[in-house]
Design a protein around this ligand. Structure first.
Ligand SMILES: Nc1nc2c([nH]c(=O)n2[C@@H]2O[C@H](COP(=O)(O)OP(=O)(O)OP(=O)(O)O)[C@@H](O)[C@H]2O)c(=O)[nH]1
Ligand SMILES: [Mg+2]
Length: 146
């Protein structure tokens, strides 16, 4: 048995276990504009734009995590979602699995309840905003389906 290999496997397993599962929602209005919000300066990937959402808590489905996060962050009630894409990305300080859904039915106009700026952006203008690196494939998936 090669000790080096054993250590490598152990480290690999630890990284996988620690991957953070995140529910991310892409909300489109009746003019096909997409809602983005700006992350707080002191947050992970702070100051960059994002699609609203957050960590999936123990026992939650993606839908229930999205419903909770949209209510907490925006005051919006999520009624229905549909899968858009799944992204795994390793930042230098954490690894994430972004489970991205369209928000296909919702009520109550979003407001920045945590003081975060909001913007409604046509799909082909999303590339003008600075997002975390993990978001590039999401922007491409939106453009492909818009
Ligand atoms: N919500 C959201 N998170 C994203 C996006 N892209 C991306 O890399 N992330 C990463 O996903 C992780 C979790 O998201 P979050 O910070 O919104 O989690 P949360 O709402 O539960 O916040 P909390 O940490 O205050 O409880 C962060 O490390 C964040 O950098 C995105 O488009 N939206
Ligand atoms: Mg969040």
């Amino acid at each position: 048995m090669c000790p080096g290999r054993l250590i490598f496997r152990t480290i690999g397993a630890t990284v996988m276990t620690d991957r953070i599962h995140v529910a991310v929602g892409v909300l489109r209005d009746d003019q096909s504009r997409i809602l983005i919000t700006r992350r707080a300066a002191d947050a992970h990937q702070g100051g960059l734009w994002e699609f609203p959402g957050g960590k999936v808590e123990s026992g939650e489905t993606i839908q229930s995590a999205l419903a909770r996060e949209f209510l907490e962050e925006l005051g919006t009630r999520v009624l229905e979602t549909a899968p858009l894409c799944e992204i795994t990305h390793d930042y230098s300080d954490k690894a994430v699995l972004l489970d991205v859904h369209w928000i296909t039915a919702w009520e109550v106009e979003p407001r920045g309840l945590e003081g975060q700026p909001l913007a409604w952006v046509p799909p082909d203008e999303l590339e003008n905003f600075e997002f975390p690196a993990a978001n590039q494939p999401i922007i491409e998936a939106i453009a492909a389906q818009a």
